[in-house]
Design a protein around this ligand. Sequence first.
Ligand code: GLU
Length: 283
Amino acid sequence: MTLYRGRIAPSPTGHLHVGHARTFWIAYQRAREAGGVLLLRNDDLDPQRSKSEYVRAFIEVLRWFGISWHEGPDVGGPFAPYSQSERRSCYLQAWRRLYDSGMIYPCTCSRKDLQESAGAPHETTNDEPIYPGTCREKTLQAHSPAGVNWRFRVPDARVVRFDDHAQGPRQFTAGEDFGDFVVWRRDDVPAYQLAVVADDDAMQITEVVRGCDLLKSTARQILLCEALGITPPTYYHCDLLVDEAGERLAKRSDAVSLRALRARGLTPEEIRTAWLGMKLTGY
Ligand code: GLU
């Protein structure tokens, strides 16, 4: 039997809130119940948005919350490094494979899409506009990805199906639910979709536990796995906590940050009891 390997993968772009704590707590419990390994990955892919103070903060607050991990940037492990900013060679290898097989193309369209692609698209309905395909037929002799956006050419009309361990069977159609997406930004930063697929493979993750706002990204990632000859992990997409207005909790709202709740004297147990009374949303 394969050993269960799970991961929690916060991005250090702000302080973690109670919604992150819930998702990571579920990931922690699933790894424990399976007698497996949980690793902490520091998703500091985007140099413009990531800050080391947030890395220190999430390590500290997650430990306080009662979550422990077997591998991570602070404890090391067999698949180090565990910070995305130090894993460029792994992403370059994946880029090279996609490039050699002709599955990505250089895109010189506007800068607008670029800004978001190193971050995970935490959106549900319209997470990024479907790329109209303007540069689809372009080619470029390149030894490295820098200088243009590289997009993955999705197989139009292809239905991507997966059996989510929390949400049940799901399916998305390439070209309709999502379009050609960026795998490498022109400012030479690998995009979230590519990095996460390369890392989960390299770190031998067997189950990805994360928020259900990334369900659609799972379809993209399954296509990338296919293109790279990787067996995808299984998936468990947690329902998300919402505030009173029904909005997904955001990192910028400090009121629900773990650190603010801790400063107010709440214990981890009290926080876990409190989220039982909070509203959830699935998609
Ligand atoms: N690091 C990503 C984020 O914070 C999530 C990565 C993932 O779980 O796939 O949004």
